[in-house]
Design a protein around this ligand. Structure first.
Ligand code: ATP
Ligand code: MG
Length: 418
């Protein structure tokens, strides 16, 4: 037998309505904020992620699924959504749509990580990207969108952490201070962080190895090195969030794991789903388009992990939604009635009803049992008599009541009348 690859999951038919519910909520929320959906390919040129996300970040350096195709091009399964959207924004001149350009996506991301609860090799993200606006109101808008979504699911125990990691003007000062600090602790750091110290010392601040995390606690914080522009941007954002009653904590230690961030970074974290508690991460990335060869364009966005969100809903025992039910099961008694049922089902489905018939050659008793099992709302038994008299009984499966209808009445039932 061939098993599912490690770190991936099937969404089984008995659970897919949960995904559909969460996704449709995301779409409706994005619409309320004026964001339109963008769909980009699942794989891109490897170069895009090396330049866009950064080749010394964990996700590009260690976690990416990279392969050569038959034309010997190096391609990678997307490890995140932002770089592909940026590529598309530049390539399709989306700025022509009028700024700001506000987009969202829902789709898979692939990372070669050690699978564990809340950490998969294929996971799914709901992401939002806002292009063209440098104002902190844009940061606040995307933060408000993520916050409202989590709020509307009534999820308990979520904290929004925000911080600023500065810009190319002030970051070098901070980088230098970080390097100097960790050089003093090099003996107690993990092997990967020793490498990071040379390539990209900021990444050490994101290391989850306990000894490194311990050292990081006293490391310099970016907020101590912000230039005038970055610090007033941060203050303004704090004022907007406070005035709009969006609860947050200023957390001087978060830096996020991707290279493209500038100024604002934020995370929504929870303790309700174990160690992998970051459900959403985002920030501003004003230099992403230029690093991909496009015009300078300020941008801000977030990525939210759908599996982690579903885990939170499950752990909080939030009743997402009942699976959609079959409206009518048409039971048949012989081959003549089977033909009749088949044709009637076609008509009723055209009217928008969800209808099924027996495809298993079951006895009438077994058909009624299976209608019960699929939780049909109503059943109709199409016996000889019903067919010849054009008179049927619509039986409510919940309370057993029967409503007589002529075949004509049944055939003209519409979904709205239902
Ligand atoms: P983490 O710190 O947990 O590794 P990250 O900083 O790598 O997260 P992002 O790159 O910001 O995560 O991705 C956005 C969101 O996608 C995360 O907040 C998380 O909810 C989800 N996510 C990221 N990696 C995985 C994964 N391997 N499995 C499941 N969900 C993930
Ligand atoms: Mg990660």
């Amino acid at each position: 037998m061939i098993n599912i690859p490690k770190g991936t999951k099937d969404v089984l038919p008995q659970y897919s309505h949960e995904w559909q519910f969460v996704e449709s909520h995301m779409r409706s929320l994005a619409h309320r904020f004026g964001f339109k959906e963008i769909r980009t390919p699942t794989f891109e040129h490897t170069e895009l992620f090396m330049r866009g996300v950064g080749d010394s970040t964990d996700i590009v350096d260690k976690e990416m699924y990279t392969f050569n195709d038959k034309g010997n091009r190096s391609l990678s399964l997307r490890p995140e959504g932002t770089a592909g959207v940026a590529r598309s924004y530049i390539e399709n001149n989306l700025a022509d749509l009028g700024l700001p350009v506000k987009m969202y996506y829902i789709g898979p991301a692939f990372r070669y990580e050690r699978p564990q609860s809340g950490r998969l090799r294929e996971h799914h993200q709901f992401g939002a990207e806002l292009y063209g606006s440098p104002t902190p109101y844009a940061d606040a808008q995307v933060i408000s969108m993520a916050s409202m979504l989590l709020d509307e699911f009534s999820l308990p125990d979520i904290t929004l952490n925000i911080n600023s990691i500065g810009c190319p003007k002030c970051r070098p000062l901070f980088n230098k201070a970080v390097r100097k600090y960790f050089e003093q602790h090099i003996e107690s750091m993990c092997e990967i962080c020793k490498e990071r110290l040379v390539k990209n010392p900021l990444r050490i601040l994101d290391c989850k190895v306990p000894s490194c995390a311990e050292i990081s606690k006293n490391a310099p914080a970016p907020s101590d090195y912000l230039c005038e522009e970055c610090s007033s941007h941060q203050q303004k954002l704090i004022d907007i969030l406070t005035a709009s009653k969006i609860p947050f904590k200023f957390n001087r230690h978060i830096v996020r794991g991707l290279d493209y961030y500038t100024k604002t970074v934020f995370e929504f974290v929870t303790s309700s789903i174990g160690a992998q508690g970051t459900v959403c991460g985002g920030g501003r990335y004003d230099n992403l388009t230029t690093s991909l060869g496009g015009k300078p364009t300020p941008a801000v966005g977030f990525g939210m992990g759908i599996e982690r969100l579903l885990m939170m809903l499950e752990n909080a025992k939030i009743n997402i939604t009942a699976p959609p039910r079959l409206d009518i099961f048409l039971a048949q008694v012989n081959s003549k009635s089977a033909n009749f049922a088949f044709e009637l089902a076609v008509t009723l489905r055209k009217h928008g009803l969800s209808v099924d018939t027996d495809l298993m050659d079951r006895s009438l008793k077994a058909q009624l049992k299976s209608a019960n099992k699929v939780n049909a709302k109503f059943i109709i038994i199409l016996g000889e008599e019903e067919i010849s008299s054009n008179q049927i009984k619509l039986r409510d499966m919940q309370n057993g009541t029967e409503t007589p209808l002529t075949m004509e009445q049944l055939r003209t039932l519409t979904f709205e009348q239902w």
